[in-house]
Design a protein around this ligand. Structure first.
Ligand code: ACO
Length: 435
């Protein structure tokens, strides 16, 4: 028998059906609640709200499980690459050899950007944040491909394969160019012979007179970083992408909005915030002990960055994987004694023993180590969140498609509980009193 729920309001019972997901997750279906009862639900921060049905990523935060399209993150991290995983997320299945080849070809063909776009970078002030540049450029990119950005979901879906390749490939070029622009360095064009991560590192660090050859361990660490960030179900930026997509907006505009949502320090900005926190602890001569005590006071500006997660109430599985690969990358790079790393390890050890963190189920999240990994491979700090955005692109693209392809899709439009002033009359300026 199908499970149902009953809501009683003013002594009247309303039966509500229950939706069960493929991993037995259950949700009370309230889609007709307002029509039937006049009430809405209140769930600030959406911690108890399923905003959609999605077939991309499954997370069990209590058990520390993360799967893309059914495949455990641990298996993908061990056997796959970022590009193969991107294909999986975007298209739903792992590619066959010809499909993989075609996808790589599309990425190679699409890696350069239009030369007039290079001039757009010059319009930004030299100290512009690369996330601001990335978001603006992604949206601008759509205007170079009007046939891929029609804002007619049917037509945009017909060109989905081409558009996703354009975005996955060019986001890396735009990211590297935004870094070069911010340093006043000449742009380095992509090379046809280099794989995805090596090509990105080449555009970041080569000079016109000396090519940058990435160590295999460095390219591998970057590959893993991107793969681990490729999707994470209905987080703030992905929900933003879906929200924007629900209005009919094209893939360029929707992913540009995702970049903006990712920028904040409570989301993608956390990897940079971790390094800033470690640096300030180091500068104050603290070994982490004082900082932990301050973090326990619960003040928002003294949080232990890289700790805690809305969904994981256990060790973030990505943090486990990235931590292991971090140590092997450090060994190959010959980095032995990094004071920030020492502080990070002490903080982690102390927090994992501390009653405050244990009681609130605050464990390291992926950002605790990803900032350190970026730093070790030479990525500048203000590019950390940009790296996260490159990694998250497949997830945003796949989520955009789910919205665009949903025949019953409606524009996202939450309700609110109004708590402002009641009806009052307009006051002319001379009769207004300082509030
Ligand atoms: N340090 C100290 N205390 C914390 C931390 C932290 N990092 N995170 C949460 N808490 C405390 C809160 O003060 C609160 O305590 P209280 O119950 O005594 O009031 C309790 O733990 C619950 O915290 P919430 O803010 O309600 O948790 P929420 O699920 O809303 O927030 C978040 C999750 C934003 C990730 C939070 O843990 C945080 O700010 N962490 C640091 C920033 C960070 O690492 N973000 C990256 C997230 S992962 C990602 O985007 C890839």
């Amino acid at each position: 028998m199908n499970e149902t729920a009953t809501l009683t309001l003013n002594n009247k019972a309303y039966p509500l059906s229950v939706i069960v997901g493929t991993e037995s997750e259950k949700a009370v279906d309230i889609r007709n609640l307002r029509n039937d009862t006049g009430y809405v639900t209140y769930d600030e921060g959406f911690g108890n709200t399923g905003s959609c049905q999605s077939a991309v990523t499954f997370i069990d935060g209590e058990a520390g499980i993360l799967r893309y399209r059914g495949y455990p993150i641990e298996q993908l991290a061990e056997h796959s690459s970022f590009i193969e995983t991107a294909y999986l997320i975007i298209n739903g299945e792992l590619p066959t050899s010809p499909q993989r080849k075609r996808f790589s070809q599309l990425l190679t063909e699409n890696s350069p950007i239009h030369s007039s776009m290079e001039h757009l970078f010059e319009g930004f002030p030299s100290d512009a944040h690369p996330m601001a540049i990335l978001s603006a450029m992604l949206n601008s990119l759509g205007s170079y491909y009007p046939h891929l950005a029609t804002n007619d979901h049917q037509r945009d879906l017909e060109t989905y394969e081409a558009t996703s390749a354009v975005i996955i490939s060019k986001v890396r070029t735009i990211a590297a160019y935004s870094y070069r622009a911010s340093r006043g360095l000449p742009y380095i064009h992509p090379r046809r012979d280099l794989p995805y991560c090596e090509n990105f590192l080449h555009m970041m660090f080569s000079t016109p007179y000396e090519p940058y050859i990435a160590l295999p361990e460095v390219a591998q660490a970057l590959n893993l970083f991107l793969l681990l960030h490729a999707d994470h179900e209905q987080n703030c930026s992905t929900s933003t992408v879906r929200m924007v997509a629900s209005s009919g907006a094209n893939l360029f505009a929707s992913t540009a909005a995702g970049v903006c949502a990712l920028w904040g320090p409570l989301h993608g900005g956390a990897n940079m915030a971790v390094i800033e926190m470690l640096k300030s602890i180091h500068a104050e001569g603290d070994d982490g002990t004082k900082f932990i005590e301050q973090a326990k006071l619960g003040k928002a500006d003294k949080r232990l960055m890289g700790f805690g997660h809305r969904v994981y109430k256990h060790y973030d599985p990505r943090a486990k994987i990235i931590k292991e690969s971090f140590y092997s990358a450090l060994a190959s790079l010959g980095i032995k004694d990094d004071p920030l790393l020492n502080i990070a390890m002490r903080l982690e050890e102390a927090a994992l023993r501390d009653e405050y963190f244990l009681a609130r189920k605050l464990y390291p999240n992926v950002d605790f180590y990803s900032g350190l990994i970026m730093r070790a491979i030479g990525i500048p700090e203000n590019m950390f969140t940009v790296m996260f955005a490159i990694g998250r692109m497949p997830g945003w693209i796949a989520n955009w498609k789910e919205v665009a392809a949903n025949p019953k899709g409606r524009i996202y439009r939450p309700r609110q509980i109004y708590v402002g002033a009641n009806l009052r009359d307009y006051v002319p300026p001379h009769r207004r009193k300082p509030g």
